[in-house]
Ligand binder design. Structure first.
Ligand code: HEM
Length: 367
């Protein structure tokens, strides 16, 4: 069967596992050249794990700034830069973050619950808890001064990359003058990085670490609010939280698609792909591939193995994956502690494009 994502994320026309999609003009977008949509898990892996055939370099017409980004480069340039960033974001640094994240989740939850109980008994778990939680965690990781943190929500919008690229030089100067225990300080004191590379890495971390993290946290909580029995399983310790984190990422991948460009003429699942063609991997579809996931529409918190691709695969596998998993686990633990039941108090509002999968509002009952 051809994997199909849930209705909200359906491709307009997907008659085969790899199929051509036109990109007609829409009210907010000029017409595009069209692309190959890849919907099967095995094909998705083939594309993501083969950068020589499926390049991450930006296509013509894409933001020139993208060309400088690590995420938009191919090996070997990509490998060198990635190694520098990975050496700064060590598992040890991530582990040390646990208590800070926990403290933050508790404080935000207590404040939101107190306000809800003093008013209408309803709190918005996305806007008052998970959004600030994920943004402030990233601010701590990158050493963003408190005075600048009000700018964080603006860095998830359509001009995030330009805005953060404009901000990065200030942050780098600041952290050279006032070093601290953060990633920017470490990278800014790495003599083997050029200033150009440094001014690319900081905005990359700021953009890749902000919106997908926010959307994963709110999306996971939204799924739990929609599945009270699953929430109870977690609360009563009958489901393992680490496995649940993975399953929530599978059913709510914050990035719905990953884009590549064919670097050579090639063939995928019987389709001839030409050099220069755009190839778009649909994670939403691959996560519903019943050749890999039994009963794929079902939220099954104990699902194992769970080879979802929400954090990517191959050489561009999410660099912040450990940090992301830690934040999700700690947030869910603290919500479970604070709220014996997670009950929706009104319709949740989705927020996103065909590429991102966010939650604008998640009203739940305070108790
Ligand atoms: C649950 C939250 C997150 C999700 C779902 C997510 C997802 C992804 C995905 C799918 C990719 C691969 C993109 C591609 O192959 O084209 C990626 C790459 C990346 N992510 Fe994440 N991410 C998350 C959190 C974070 C965080 C918190 C950070 C930083 C602290 C981060 C930093 C990066 C970086 C730097 C890359 C580029 C890696 C490379 O190109 O080698 N991500 N992420």
């Amino acid at each position: 069967m051809i994997p199909t994502p849930p209705p909200r994320h359906r491709l307009p026309h997907a008659p085969a596992p790899v199929c051509w999609q036109d990109e007609p003009r829409t009210p907010d977008r000029p017409p595009g050249p069209g692309f190959w949509a890849v919907t099967r898990h095995a094909d998705a892996l083939r594309v993501l794990q083969d950068p020589a055939t499926y390049s991450s370099l930006p296509g013509p017409g894409e933001l020139p700034l993208l060309r400088r980004l690590l995420s938009h480069q191919d090996p070997p340039q990509h490998t060198r830069l990635r190694d520098h960033a990975a050496r700064a974001l060590t598992p040890e640094r991530v582990r040390r973050f646990t208590e800070t994240a926990r403290e933050r989740a508790r404080t935000l939850l207590t404040r939101a619950l107190d306000t809800a109980r003093a008013t209408d008994g309803v709190l918005d778990l996305a806007t008052t808890v998970s959004d600030p939680y994920t943004a402030l965690n990233l601010a701590d990781l990158l050493g963003i001064p408190h005075a600048d943190r009000r700018r964080l929500p603006g860095w998830t919008g359509p001009h995030a990359l330009e805005d953060t690229a404009g901000y990065a030089p200030h942050l780098i100067v600041h952290r050279r003058r006032y070093p601290d225990d953060d990633l920017t300080t470490l990278l800014a004191h790495n003599a083997r990085l050029t200033s150009d590379e440094l001014e690319m890495l900081v905005p990359l971390l700021l953009t890749t670490g902000l919106a997908p993290m926010r959307d994963a946290a709110a999306g996971g909580l939204a799924l739990l609010a929609q599945h009270p029995e699953a929430y109870r399983e977690l609360r009563d310790d009958t489901a393992e939280l680490d496995l649940a984190v993975e399953e929530l990422l599978r059913l709510h991948p914050p990035l719905l698609t990953l884009r590549r460009t064919a670097a050579t003429d090639t063939e995928l699942s019987g389709r001839r792909i030409r050099r220069g063609d755009k190839v778009v991997v649909s994670l939403a579809a691959a996560h519903h591939d019943d050749q890999v996931f039994t009963d794929p529409d079902r939220l099954h918190l104990a699902r194992t193995p769970n080879p979802h691709l929400a954090l990517g695969a191959g050489p561009h596998l999410c660099l912040g994956a450990d940090f992301a998993r830690l934040q999700l686990r700690v947030l869910y633990e603290e919500v479970l502690r604070a709220l014996p039941e997670l009950r929706l108090a009104g319709p949740m509002q989705a927020d996103g494009s065909g590429v991102t999968n966010g939650v604008a509002s998640l009203p739940v009952r305070a108790g």
